[in-house]
Structures are given as C-alpha cells and as structure tokens.
Design a protein around this ligand. Structure first.
Ligand code: HMG
Length: 391
C-alpha cells in the first residue's frame, strides 16, 4: 500500500494588486519585485472572503467529484485563524456537508502547518487504510503597509484528499526534518499583521533547508539528480533559486546553469508568482502549479519538496508522481480562476486592507464581492455566518 495525495485543488481570491501598481505607490523599482523577489501580483481577499471560505472553495471540486464518503478527518492548517477556540475545519464541515463521524481540528506551525497536517493525515491512513483525510491549508498573508514584507503578501488555499493508493502523489519514506526555536517571523495574538526579521528569516530558511536535506540524504542517498523537479515553500518565488544553489552546495556540485535551474524550478512557481505568499498552502500551491504545468509528463518521476515554517520547522521529502495522474487534476479550474481575476487600484487595495469588521458584537452584513460559491454573509453577536451563493 502507498499513501499520499489523491486529489489536490487550489483556490485564491478573485482580486489582485499588480506589483507595478504597488511599486509606483511606494516609489520602488518594479524590477525589485518582479526580478529580485520573483513576484508579479498579490491576491487580495475582499471582506466577504476569509480563510474558511477560501478553504471551502478549494475543497468543493473534490467533494463534487468524489463525495464525502470515507472522509473521517478534516485537518485545517492556518496561521490566520478566525477563532481562538473553534476549529476553522468545523465551519468547513458544515459548508461542505462532511459526515457527522468526521473528526475536525485546526493545526498551526506557521507555513509548516500544511505539511504537519499532511504528515498527520498520512499517519491516520497508515493506521486505518480505508480512511480518507481532507487536509485544508488556507492563509491570508498580511504585513504592515509600506514594510519590506508588503510586496510578498498574498492569499489562497489548497485542499488535499489524503488516501491509500493515491491517484496523484505518493509520499516516500524518510523525510529529513530540522527544528529550532527562533524568532524570525511571528504574529502576536493582538496583531493582524505579521512581524518579520526578513533577512534573518531568509538565512534561516536556507540554513535549515541544508540541515533537513542532509538528514533526508543520510536516510535515502538521494541527490539533486534524483529529482525531476523541486517544489519549495515560496514566501517569494526567487527563494527557490537560492534554495537550489544551497542544495547544489550540499551535493558538492556547481550551481546548475540558468536554463537547467529554470527547468527544475519554474513550473512549480507559476501560481505563487501570481498570488503571493499563501503561508501554509504555499508548497502545495507550488505542487499544483507543477502538476498543472510540467513541460513533460511526470508519470513515475520523483519531486523534491521543501517545507519551511518560521519559528522554525523545516522538512525535505520526496514524493513520486503516480502514473496516470494527469487524468485527476483540476488544471482548467485553476487556470480559469487565475485568468478571471480583477485588478485593484492602489486606493481600492488600501481600502480593503483597512476594512474593519465590528469587534463589539454589532450586526454586520458583508456586501457580496466576486469569489467562489462560499462567502462570509454576516457577523452578529460575534458569530460568523457563512453562505453558499446561488450559481
Ligand atoms: P527587502 O529587504 O526590501 O529586499 O525585503 P532586498 O533589499 O533584500 O531585495 C530583495 C532582492 O531584490 C535582493 O536580491 C536584491 O538584490 C533584489 P538578493 O540579493 O537577495 O538575491 N533587488 C533588485 N533586483 C532587480 N532590480 C532591482 C532590485 N533591487 C533589489 N532594482 C525581504 C526582502 C524578503 C526581507 C522582505 O520581503 C520580507 O521581510 N519578507 C517577509 C519575510 C519573508 O518572506 N521571509 C522569507 C523566509 S521566512 C519564510 O519563508 C516563512 C514565511 O513564509 C512565514 C511562515 O512561515 O509562516 C515568511
């Protein structure tokens, strides 16, 4: 029996800010964003979308295709939760019509949360092979206006159905893990925007990548030559090129020439360039991008995956693409979602950024914006009420 990702669906808000617009507002050189960071647009959720609706909208194609049967866990990974007590998974349980026998819980470790949930899901399936686990990873990345992190903001969600003998990706044994207690990026409970020691966090991402890769290599003997492609956590896509240089150094080989590096990395970066950082969803958005865009069939190929969460947790693992995977992708949906988005002006972006929802229990009705079927409808007596809009 193999265990891994049976279905993978991605969702992002229907609005974005072009980074040329942001560069103009900040008096920055657009090349710093497009070339230096490798980002083109950042996804902006309107007030009636949050991590719950993004995740439920991501999961809907999977539920529509396969139904809720045998889903006995729903694990929700996020670092932008909407409640300190109730798991976001429970809101999705209701919206998606999951079985009453399905356990729901929320998981957090910065951007590593998606991988933590995936690992737990795999362990659940190993113990109980008929189980299917719905892993939702959903985040809204916010930094202070005009801070260095601002151009890396983003929003999006992935839904992964984890199962025995999966149709898409098999998780290979012996992931390499490295953990350290550091303060490189964090968000205290009283803040809605994250804080970061930006350059330190980038250094720690690369240092812990080398440690996790070393542990994976020691257990498997894998080298860069093992992998058809790499998919990395991408707070900004240019970091994947820095990661490759670090892996080459660990292998004791020269950095691959630009065209070889492009071939290894670029297919996994296409969605992230257009959404910005999606935190817990980031690596899996990258895998969706890779599966949707690989220039040659990936059947039987091995992908090197790197997950990083500030604080910090690093994991390097291998996943093998299942022959016939291409018949089980949601590529047209993903492409349509990204092609159909609406650009915002700088003023609209700042208005949405500053949009305040009542914190005193007052009634609030959310105006309907463009987006997926699920939306946040009202806030009343501190309770969020979601709805599914008519098609
Ligand atoms: P910065 O300090 O404003 O940028 O912010 P910079 O001066 O370092 O420039 C960035 C790159 O652009 C550099 O490239 C410049 O040379 C280049 P590098 O030298 O690094 O290769 N550049 C240009 N290129 C072309 N034309 C130009 C130009 N000007 C400059 N004109 C920073 C960068 C990443 C620090 C900032 O965006 C930040 O603080 N981001 C938030 C933190 C972050 O993303 N950290 C990444 C690692 S931690 C992580 O991944 C975890 C995270 O996802 C959270 C979680 O786990 O939950 C963040």
């Amino acid at each position: 029996m193999t265990i891994g990702i049976h279905r993978l669906s991605f969702h992002t808000p229907a609005y974005y800010l072009d980074l040329d617009t942001l560069a103009q507002a900040r008096g920055a050189d657009p090349a710093k964003f497009h070339v230096g960071l490798g980002q083109d647009r950042m996804a902006i959720p309107p007030p009636d979308q949050d991590i719950v609706t993004l995740a439920a909208n991501a999961a809907l194609p999977i539920l529509d295709e396969l139904g809720p049967d045998h889903i006995d866990w729903c694990l929700f990974a996020t670092e932008s939760g909407v409640d300190q007590s109730k798991a976001a998974a429970l809101f999705c349980h209701g919206l998606l019509g999951l079985p009453a026998s399905c356990r729901c819980a929320e998981i957090k470790e910065a951007c590593y949360g998606g991988t933590a949930a995936l690992r737990l899901a795999a362990a659940i399936v190993a113990a109980s092979p008929a189980s299917r686990v719905l892993v939702l990873a959903s985040d809204i990345a916010r930094y202070d206006l005009a801070s260095p992190g601002e151009p890396t903001q983003g929003a999006g969600a992935v839904a992964m159905l984890v199962a025995a003998d999966p149709d898409l990706l098999v998780l290979e044994p012996s992931p390499g893990v490295h953990c350290e207690d550091i303060m490189d990026f964090w968000r205290p409970n009283y803040r809605t925007e994250a804080l970061a020691e930006g350059h330190y966090s980038t250094r720690m991402y690369l240092t812990t990548l080398a440690e996790a890769y070393k542990a994976h290599q020691a257990a498997t003997g894998h080298t860069l030559a093992t992998f058809a492609h790499l998919a990395c956590h991408m707070p900004f896509t240019r970091i994947a090129w820095k990661a490759l240089a670090r892996l080459a150094r660990a292998d004791g080989i020269p950095e691959p020439p630009p065209d070889a590096a492009e071939a290894l990395l670029a297919p996994a970066t296409l969605y992230n360039r257009l959404t910005g950082n999606t935190y817990a969803a980031c690596l899996y958005e990258g895998l969706a991008s890779l599966l949707d865009h690989a220039p040659a069939p990936l059947d039987g190929k091995t992908i090197g995956c790197f997950s990083y969460g500030s604080g910090c947790m690093a994991e390097f693992y291998a996943a093998t693409v299942v022959p016939g995977y291409a018949a089980h992708l949601y590529t047209p949906l993903h492409r349509h979602l990204l092609a159909d988005r609406v650009p915002l002006t700088y003023r609209q972006y700042e208005d949405i950024f500053q949009y305040g929802i009542p914190t005193d229990g007052a009634d609030h009705i959310f105006a309907p914006y463009r987006g997926g079927p699920f939306r946040l409808a009202t806030l009343s007596a501190h309770k969020r009420r979601y709805e599914r809009r008519d098609p």
